[in-house]
Design a protein around this ligand. Structure first.
Ligand code: B4P
Length: 192
């Protein structure tokens, strides 16, 4: 199993690049953002709870997202590998993911971390908010709250994987295709 985390702040291009990477490498895409938005659209109990956090730009509680990932791994246990997009977003989520993968005799093989300046992140997210219908992209206060939350709780996830020498930093500004090329080159190196 080859498992990859696409890491970076909100708006850094994780979702955009994930679509292209899963098509090229045949990995199963697990995006907690997409899973949560699907729960919200279906108005499930979990979705209603998650919405109150997402609309404020806050992270959804760890237990909720870890449970979602656990179920998704169980449902796709024959996958040749996973691309984790937007997960893990806290130290507790990273520890839980490592433990879950160990149950399948698997681990995270590489963390590709996209780097984008804060002003570019805000510009991209507000721009997406004009058409996406995503409430968390529509308001600059919420967009900036998401970036603060990233620095407070999520950036430590990269430190966690740096201890195991698994993090590669990639410039996340430029054309989508150039960034895709840089990400692919790193994956190809790991796949040998
Ligand atoms: P996500 O769905 O993960 O939202 P995101 O970080 O904004 O997405 P992403 O980074 O993938 O966006 P992209 O750059 O592709 O999470 C939403 C919310 O759900 C979170 O705030 C949180 O509340 C909750 N949540 C999710 N996972 C959680 C977890 N594990 N724990 C707790 N809570 C969780 O796209 C941004 C825009 O940039 C697009 O319009 C795109 O077209 C554009 N873009 C992309 N690449 C570009 C480039 N190279 N140049 C110019 N524009 C580009």
């Amino acid at each position: 199993m080859f498992n990859l985390i696409l890491f970076g702040p909100p708006g850094s291009g994780k979702g955009t690049q994930s679509e292209k990477l899963i098509a090229k490498y045949g990995l199963k895409h697990l995006s907690t953002g997409d899973l949560l938005r699907s729960e919200i659209a279906q108005q499930t109990k979990l979705g209603l709870e998650a919405k109150s956090f997402i609309d404020k730009g806050e992270l959804v509680p760890d237990a909720v997202v870890i449970g979602m990932i656990k179920s998704a791994l169980e449902a796709n246990s024959s996958a040749k590998g996973f691309l984790f997009d937007g997960f893990p977003r806290t130290q507790a989520q990273a520890v839980a993911l490592d433990e879950l993968l160990a149950e399948y005799q698997a681990e995270i093989n590489v963390v590709l971390a996209l780097e984008v300046t804060e002003e570019e992140l805000v510009k991209r997210l507000l721009n997406r908010g004009l058409t996406s219908g995503r409430t968390d992209d529509a308001d600059e206060t919420v967009v900036r709250a998401r970036i603060v939350e990233y620095h407070k709780k999520t950036s430590v996830v990269a430190d966690h994987y740096r201890k195991f020498d698994k993090v590669v930093t990639i410039a996340g500004e430029g054309s989508v295709d150039t960034i895709f090329g840089a990400l692919s080159a790193e994956i190809d190196k790991k796949l040998g």
